[in-house]
Design a protein around this ligand. Structure first.
Ligand SMILES: [Zn+2]
Length: 369
């Protein structure tokens, strides 16, 4: 387990390779981002939007996925206020939203002033798939990611909307398997690092049938009339900086987490709109030796808002905090006992990077320094 010499990302993250300087993929992407002519990229997006406005005959020009988080809000605001498209937002309803998440979604609709459509997934199916992917691959949120990619794209097709605008390409921005260079086209988002090589068909059984899983299926982007739905990453056209986006939407009424950062976090405005994702992210710690504090300090390191020494201290102070706040919600939602939970967790513990100390407690063999 080696760490990037510029940020604090370990090479245990799938897809990450350190170059001869010791820089990780995301740090290389940051160098590449600084060479991009962002004005030119902005012009490309304006041209694309002009063409859509000229040729589009359906009610909406563009569909933006939102959740109650800052990114979707920023995307919707940007596409409507800066690029003048008629935006429809689509939310795949969170099964356990937070108070702040509910407020932010309502406030976004009011402040940006747009229409929103909500897809609520059948709870029994959603719970069953989440439980399966938790037990089989240690990723309870796999189904949620698949439902967002499939559900949003299906809504765009149903309403004959010509463009879907996603946020950042996670592999490019944060360093991962799928891509090395920034790209506009998001049509293969259903195969990104959050989904990998699975489809919903891998999880069908007697209780989860084909007809239960419409919104989990990524549709063919080409319609019967030959028209192809465009799907793009806004991060290809706009310099992606989460902290800046937070400052923009905060002025429009976005609320951070009112009780301060969750355990293991040091910022209070990231992924706090619902209660089920925190355990999913913490499982990265068991498998790869890093989670929230690494992700969050890396954002700030990439944008030169922190020194590496400061990041190392934060990561080592926070990484062992367990996401206790919504743990009971997680157990109840999946109908899993605490013993069963820890049994599953231990199945995924990576023994190459974990060892037991003299008191029998698990400790990371190679903490960042
Ligand atoms: Zn790095």
């Amino acid at each position: 387990m080696n760490y990037c010499s510029k940020c604090v990302m370990p090479d245990t993250k799938p897809g990450v390779t350190l170059d001869e300087r010791g820089y990780c993929n995301a740090c290389r992407s940051q160098e590449y981002k600084r060479e991009i002519d962002w004005d030119q990229r902005d012009r490309e997006l304006r041209e694309m939007c002009d063409k859509i406005r000229e040729s589009n005959s359906s009610t909406y020009d563009c569909l933006v996925p939102v959740s109650g988080g800052k990114n979707g809000w920023y995307q919707a605001y940007t596409m409507q206020a800066q690029y003048g498209l008629k935006v429809l937002c689509c939310v795949i309803g969170a099964h356990i939203p937070t108070t702040e998440g509910i407020h932010n979604l309502n406030q976004m609709v009011k402040s940006v002033d747009l229409d929103i459509i909500k897809v609520s997934l059948k709870p029994s199916v959603y719970k069953a798939i989440r439980k399966k992917t938790f037990i089989s691959q240690g990723e309870p949120n796999w189904s949620e990611h698949m439902a967002i990619f499939g559900g949003v794209t299906n809504i765009a097709k149903i309403y004959d909307i010509p463009l879907v605008v996603w946020g950042e390409d996670v592999a490019f921005e944060f360093g991962g398997i799928q891509t090395k260079l920034s790209k506009a086209d998001a049509s293969d988002i259903d195969k990104n690092d959050l989904i990998k090589d699975k489809t919903i068909d891998n999880f069908l059984d007697n209780d989860i049938t084909f007809r239960d899983t419409f919104f989990y299926r990524y549709p063919d982007l080409k319609g019967p009339d030959g028209k192809v739905l465009s799907s793009i990453y806004l991060g290809h056209f706009h310099f992606w900086n989460g902290r800046e986006q937070y400052e923009i939407v905060k002025k429009m009424g976005f609320k951070n987490r009112q009780d301060g950062p969750l355990s293991g976090n040091y910022i209070d405005y990231d992924n706090m709109d619902e209660k089920l994702c925190e355990i999913n992210i913490w499982l990265k710690y068991i498998k790869f030796g890093f989670w929230r504090s690494t992700d969050q300090t890396c954002y700030d390191l990439w944008n030169d808002e922190m020194t590496r020494d400061e990041a190392v201290e934060i990561v080592n102070n926070l990484r062992d905090q367990f996401p206790i706040e919504y743990f009971q919600d997680f157990l109840r939602f999946h109908n899993v006992s605490e013993d069963e939970f820890w049994e599953v967790v231990e199945k995924f513990r990576n023994k190459d990077i974990w060892r037991k100390d003299e008191t029998g407690k698990w400790e990371l063999k190679y903490p960042v320094s």
